[in-house]
Design a protein. Sequence first.
Length: 373
Amino acid sequence: MIQVVAGVDTHSQTHHCAVVTVTGEHLADAQFPATRPGYEALQAFITCQGELVRVGVEGTNSYGAGLTRHLHAHGITVVEVIRPARTVRRLKGKSDPIDAYTAAHAALADNDTVTPKTSDSTVEAIRVVHAGRRSALKARTARARSGAHEVEVFTRSTLKRLAGRYLDLGEEISTYDQELESLVMETNPALVATRGISTVTASQLLITAGDNADRLRSEAAFAALCGTSPLPASSGKTTRHRLNRGGDRQANAALHRIALVRMATDPGTKEYVAKRSSEGKTRKDILRCLKRSIAREVFHLITNPQPVISGPELRHRRQELGLTLTEAALLLDCDPNRISRLERGITKDQKQAEKYHQWLNAQQLPETPKKVA
């Protein structure tokens, strides 16, 4: 039996599939509906051509998500193929069969392919809730457009309805936030316990990594996926790098927000920014470096989840030692309010919490006075 490789050009309503031999010979192509019966018919089509090695699918996390889950469930190896650049497509022409055969050849060469997300665990639930929240947030911030000659009464009634919708959407977003917080805490509590990372940004980064985060071979691969890997932009005597405009832009935006929060609130980040500014670095250069560093930190948190030290645990240990907030702050040489916010969970800084926890464990418990017989 000959060995074959398949490629699929995905769309919202239909998928076009093509099959080639391992020597590159075109065998057959056909179109199938993007439905469960269509997935079954497509599977039968590609498996009857020969011994199937792998299937290359475009958009495994969008139009091809359902097909990818179906093929995975039947033990078929799936790789995500990157859509070819426009310059390449202009040379070859554009049609569904051409795109399907291009996907098959890409899967055959195993170049420009990535392992698709499994989308079958808690992170997929986070993605669904996150998408619903984003939709509600977008609808709530929309503004009605009014013409110059609208009657005042219609304007008032419209504004009243919009105000009611705004309140309803606010409640809906609040529900999404609660669900996301529960799911993210269940999946990776250390991520949201890290300074500058909120539930929403954590959920986006988990979505980008996927349920099977082990598919990311290195922190450099995750940085490239988030569009934070530096790209050379040197010319003549000027040697510099610029921000990467590729990758997952939602993940890039999440890292950008984390960087901005740390620049405003984290003393260590403030010192770093001041140092690099004095060296002549621009704000864009500094942000690029920060985002790259945060991407590295996030990658290790996602691929190696760490136990979280809770605020109540720190407070209980301090009280066991018989120390007040003021005494602990004096011995640690920091602000009592900072320790208080850490113990109450208001300030999320896992590194500071670990440092505080280690310091508390190094202290001696007060001796219990012996009873006199």
